[in-house]
Write a protein that binds this ligand. Structure first.
Ligand SMILES: C[S@@+](CC[C@H](N)C(=O)[O-])C[C@H]1O[C@@H](n2cnc3c(N)ncnc32)[C@H](O)[C@@H]1O
Length: 312
């Protein structure tokens, strides 16, 4: 007899209903949640694929793994939880004896849970060590980057990953104020570099986003992972990706465009010789945004965008 969920569902994640509807989970289906977080999307997939659907949930964050394990416990062996990067999804599936899956969800970026865990150093609102790693057990911290990069490298990073027009001024001030060891020290350095009120959002927002993206190598990971995740889908299997800012969404859009095209030759080339074959069909010509109601209930959802593709 299959375990029937008896625990309350964890807090509903962003674009929950839309994601589950697009994935249309079925019993006997196999699914992959690349960014488990608190296990909200995983819960929905397992619930909708009852009684036999199975799911592998991956996350880099040990705290997320602990929470997902608790939240998915009502599903017993139908849920397999793995502490790793989704970049290693192919190996993880192989180790679990799985070949392909029928649906994959990727809910990018930082979770509310991580933002609210002060000691993780993701938020500029409270004093904490400057860390920002999704996996605090390995890799360079934000403090390592901020204190060791050259001024030009720092400015380029803040420009590229933060879309920050004052990147040079900010980098100069950071270098002057080193060592910078806490979130508030970094936020104050940024604010003092920009001076005055240039917009409604906190001046530190874009720099924090940039440093976080760099610490976790987020954009390169997304770019590398999408083609290999498509490989893992059964025919008609679906890949649903939720992004939170234009840098992520642009990468998803470009990858979907490329993988859904029969020709990727440069436009100036008169005859196609690339031999590329479309592997997916895009189901969302324009990205899906959260409803007014969802934004009202969860203002952090306002910039989320969902794109979905189906394997040919
Ligand atoms: C927005 S949250 C996901 C929330 C989740 N959908 C839920 O229902 O609770 C993003 C999660 O992705 C994780 N993450 C980020 N990069 C990752 C990677 N390369 N591999 C695995 N997990 C990653 C983060 O640690 C974070 O928990």
């Amino acid at each position: 007899m299959e375990a029937v969920p008896s625990a309350p569902q964890p807090h509903r994640p962003v674009l929950y209903q839309e994601t589950i509807e697009y994935l249309a989970p079925k019993s006997l289906g196999r699914y992959l949640d690349c960014t488990a977080g608190a296990g909200g999307h995983s819960f929905g997939i397992l619930e909708a694929s009852s009684p036999h659907g199975q799911l592998i949930a991956i996350d880099l964050d040990p705290t997320a793994i602990q929470l997902t394990t608790e939240n998915l416990s009502p599903f017993g062996e139908r849920a397999i939880i793995v502490h790793d990067s989704y970049l290693n999804a192919a190996r993880i599936l192989q180790q679990k004896g799985w070949d392909k899956v029928d649906g994959i969800v990727l809910d990018l970026g930082v979770s509310s849970m991580q933002l609210d865990q002060i000691e993780r150093g993701f938020s500029f609102r409270t004093e904490a060590p400057l860390d920002m790693r999704f996996d605090p057990t390995q890799g360079q911290t934000a403090a390592d980057l901020v204190n060791n990069l050259g001024e030009k490298e720092l400015a380029d990073l803040i420009w590229r990953y933060g879309d920050e027009r004052f990147s040079r001024r900010i980098a100069r001030r950071i270098v002057q104020k080193r060592p910078i060891l806490t979130t508030t020290q970094l936020a104050e350095a940024v604010r003092s570099a920009i001076g005055g009120a240039h917009s409604k959002i906190d001046p530190a927002t874009r720099t924090f986003q940039a440093i976080r993206i760099a610490v976790n190598d987020e954009l390169r990971t997304i770019e590398k992972a999408i083609p290999s995740l498509i490989e893992l889908l059964n025919p008609e299997g679906r890949l649903a990706i939720i992004s939170f800012h234009s840098l992520e969404d642009r990468l998803v859009k470009q990858a979907f465009r490329k993988e859904s095209s029969d020709c990727i030759c440069p436009p100036e080339q008169p005859v196609c010789n690339c031999g590329h074959v479309a592997s997916i069909r895009v189901l969302t010509p324009r990205p899906i945004s959260p409803s007014e109601l969802e934004i009202e209930e969860n203002p952090r959802a306002r910039s989320a965008k969902l794109r979905v593709a189906e394997k040919n």
